[in-house]
Design a protein around this ligand. Sequence first.
Ligand SMILES: [Zn+2]
Ligand SMILES: [Zn+2]
Length: 258
Amino acid sequence: MDYIEFLGTSGTRTPNQGTTCLRVSKHCVIDAGNLINALGDDVFTIEHIFLTHSHLDHIIDIPFLADLFVTQQSISLKIYALKETLDDLRQFIFNHRIWPNFEEINLIGHTDKTIELIEINLDQKYTIDDVTLTPFKTNHTDGSCGYLIEKNAKGMLFTADTYKCPKIWEILDQNPHIHTLVTEVSFPSSFDKLASDSKHLTPTLLEDELKQSKRNDFTVYAMHLKTLFAPTIIHELKNMKLLLNGGRVLHDSDRIDF
Ligand SMILES: [Zn+2]
Ligand SMILES: [Zn+2]
């Protein structure tokens, strides 16, 4: 794959929209907001899931995937995340109350467990297939991260969910091979209080943030719009000329080439 496929791009789950899920290679995705609906039977090719944080819109398909995989896969589904996110999955999802603990349940007829939870570290590189993912700290929840996604000496920066985050602009300025920024914009500018309380961005906040970079040569794509506000957010993003260099608001099944 010489592109990233956006399987889910919305900040809201609706009959026609899935939540955050990016396929970065044949076997690897970032977040699991819309794997099963988007991929159908192709979902069985997914072996690695890198998580940005434990909010439900980013992990929602993982329990159902474990349920599918236990009878039909021969190797563990590997789920990578920072410690806080893994702790949340263990404590609040795979706890024998909300869902079985698939970390302890063998794949039927095999010795591997159904899921394997693997702790990752900030600023360390992880290579799957021929794509390298580097998690960086964001400003959203304890243990939230975005990812620098690199392939063939080209890079894309995926912010995932975040509020103001100087690290994003530091990485962009230090890495001229990053040609694309995929950022969240969840609320219209008039909802700045809700955005700051819930640690998300608005167009006005994004405008201020973009000024922190010395560069203006990368393309800016937006996602994670809350559906109810999407028309207003899109109007603002266009008016304020924030979708730099031919960027746009992403929709499910959109692709961006490396
Ligand atoms: Zn979130
Ligand atoms: Zn989210």
